[in-house]
Design a protein around this ligand. Structure first.
Ligand code: C5P
Length: 221
């Protein structure tokens, strides 16, 4: 199987030395890429700026901004069987980054923001029946409702929701707990565990969903 994974944050420039980003460490996405490779798949990992080594046997494409990540995903998505978007893409970017460093003595800058492209929503519009797309939802509250809204809005097969309000899981931590919502209504819990094990369980659950989807297609024909 060809597996495409995204990981880490994106950085959106304010001026040549400053940017807006988020706390994503990339650990969850790297763990998914490593687990998929160990399971025998061909894996491409599109990574925002993180301080992690490339998982063994995985092709790593390094990007900085949401626009670069979109272009990198678009180049590879057609040939993938499974896309897991674990990246924490910045939601907004300065509309016009300053070309020269903003001077502190000029006071706080007035920045006009614009939304970044929604990568998953963009590529999911052309999802084929054989492809499985899984998103992540990092939430501090209303986890189930928000995750299910995103699952539908972005035309996904699955979304793995995790709580980022607690220090022992989610952003930057080595552990995580996931609730995986599937398009066929199934919900699976992955209790608090290492990100390596959470990644293995997520891939197993996605494979089980793919089997359910295939057998449904057979009955529809
Ligand atoms: O930011 P949000 O909670 O909507 O993210 C849910 C999913 O959408 C994640 O898998 C994330 O990688 C993806 N996303 C994206 N492009 C964005 C924002 C989020 O692909 N601009």
């Amino acid at each position: 199987m060809n597996v495409l994974v995204t990981a880490g944050p994106t950085r959106e420039a304010i001026d040549p030395v400053r940017f807006v980003s988020n706390r994503s460490s990339g650990k969850m996405g790297y763990a998914i890429a490593a687990a998929a490779r160990r399971a025998g798949h061909t894996v491409c990992l599109i990574s925002g700026p993180v301080a992690l080594p490339a998982p063994r046997g995985v092709e790593v494409v390094r990007v900085t901004t949401a626009a670069e990540m979109l272009a990198a995903v678009q180049r590879r998505v057609r040939s993938c069987d499974l896309l897991v978007m674990a990246a924490a893409v910045a939601d907004w970017r300065p509309k016009q980054p300053a070309r020269r460093k903003l001077k502190k003595q000029d006071g706080p800058p007035r920045i006009t923001w614009e939304p970044t492209p929604d990568i998953l929503q963009t590529v999911a519009q052309r999802k084929t029946a054989r492809q499985i797309f899984c998103g992540f939802a990092a939430e501090t509250h209303d986890l189930a409702r928000e995750a299910q809204r995103k699952l539908r809005a972005k035309n996904l097969d699955a979304i793995a929701a995790n709580d980022v309000a607690r220090a022992d899981r989610g952003f930057e931590a080595d552990h995580n707990a996931l609730t995986i919502f599937f398009a066929d209504g199934c919900v699976r819990q992955v209790g608090w565990t290492t990100k390596a094990r959470a990644a293995r369980v997520l891939l197993r659950e996605l494979a089980a969903y793919a089997d359910r989807k295939k057998s449904e297609n057979i009955f529809e024909k």
